[in-house]
Design a protein around this ligand. Structure first.
Ligand code: PLP
Length: 385
């Protein structure tokens, strides 16, 4: 699969850098739209935190998705990329006043509220502007996801959302506030979820909560089930697209929407994960006492997922056809966790060889840091280089 990269162009470029396959991103978006539009009332938002590269955002906006933001900076990035404010949802446990005001000034679609004190502040700030803020309550459904412990969000022990047992209370409270309007319920159980039964468990929980609301004669317009659909990190070539059909069909089958309700999704990783690759150059091959290190010019400042979550990324030597050898692929940063992979097979590597660290489109470039006074990596769209 070396053929998928324009290696001649890469040779002349300063490394490390992110490379985004525009064609794959567009195909992913076509598939999402095709599968979601089979079901009435399904609206898909893109979770901007996965990747806010302006070229990436532009292609996603062109496909007509809405934006899911978790900070004022993301709202600004989404607006700059041309997402209509009417398709922007805003979640986050710690919204500061300027961020809430930014959402109010732009008349965003909905604030996903994560606590009672936050509800009160939104009500006050909206009152000061003579506006009514549309709010959805982010409920913590206490549904586990079979994924890495650091990326589950829907358990009672996580900081996110309002406990289910408080649902009626907060809705009652909001009903007495003049500058908020409850338009929905919001959930998000975690990330890199591949087992559809986790989403089914969420559907069952939402159905129970809606039954409870109905008994109290409460009806919301929108249900937002968050994101979390995973990608195949092991097989980026064979499985470049997540199973969006299974994902949307699961919700269509299991979640009982009430008449006229819309169902919102906030997909991040599944949209952009597979289209991105981190390209890095081999600096040195170092013979350790019992293994070989392939030392590259990218580090966890460029891609932190392996260091942060022990995440797996497939790595290929795209400059070599030589027989395979085992390497630890490591970066230059002064931390022992700066390791991309241990004891993996690569075509025999030498100084100057380019390595492709695959499936790095989500939570890659956006999480880059300047630790060790390193430069931030640049991201290039395939049709712009
Ligand atoms: C991170 C996040 C998402 C997107 O998660 P993915 O796993 O990338 O799909 C969606 N909604 C909220 C509220 C989030 O915090």
């Amino acid at each position: 699969m070396k053929g998928i990269f324009p290696i001649d162009k890469f040779q002349r470029m300063e490394t490390p850098f992110y490379y985004y396959d525009a064609e794959l991103l567009r195909e992913t978006l076509r598939t999402i739209n095709g599968e979601a539009q089979k079901h009435e009332g399904f609206c898909v938002h893109y979770a901007v935190k996965a990747n806010a590269n302006p070229s990436v955002l532009r292609i996603i906006r062109e496909a007509g998705l809405g934006a899911d933001c978790v900070s004022g900076g993301e709202i600004e990035a989404a607006l700059r990329a041309g997402f209509p404010a009417s398709k922007i949802v805003y979640a986050g446990v710690g919204k500061s006043d300027w961020e809430i005001n930014l959402g109010l000034d732009n008349d965003i679609f909905c604030f996903n509220v994560e606590s009672c004190p936050e509800l009160e502040v939104i009500n006050e700030l909206a009152a000061a502007k003579g506006k009514v803020a549309p709010v959805a309550f982010r409920l913590n459904p206490n549904v586990g996801a079979h994924t890495h412990a650091n990326i589950t969000t829907g358990l009672a022990e996580n900081k996110f959302g309002i406990p289910m047992s408080d649902m009626l209370n907060v809705i009652e409270k909001a009903a007495h506030m003049s500058h908020v309007k409850v338009v929905g319920l919001h959930f998000h159980i975690g990330s890199q979820i591949l087992d559809m039964s986790d989403f089914e468990a969420l559907c069952n929980r939402v159905n129970e909560l809606q039954d409870t609301l109905e008994r109290h004669r409460i009806r919301v317009e929108h249900i937002n089930v968050g994101g979390g659909l995973g990608i195949d990190y092991q097989h980026p070539n064979r499985v470049p697209l997540p199973d969006f059909k299974d994902y949307f069909d699961t919700y269509a089958k299991k979640l009982k929407l009430r008449n006229g309700q819309t169902l919102h999704f906030e997909l991040g990783r599944a949209v952009v994960g597979q289209c991105g690759t981190l390209i890095t150059r081999t600096l040195y091959i170092k013979e350790g006492t019992c293994k070989k290190f392939c030392i590259v010019d990218a580090g966890f400042t460029d891609l932190i997922r392996p260091a942060l979550y022990q995440a797996y990324h497939k790595i290929e030597n795209i400059s070599s056809e030589l027989p395979m050898e085992a390497y630890d692929v490591v970066g230059p940063i002064c931390e022992s966790t700066d390791v991309f992979a241990k004891q993996i097979d690569l075509n025999k590597a030498q100084r100057g060889d380019l390595l492709a660290i695959r499936s790095a489109g989500a939570y890659g470039e956006i999480m880059a840091s300047g630790y060790n006074c390193r430069k931030l990596p640049v991201g290039y769209m395939s049709d712009e280089i």
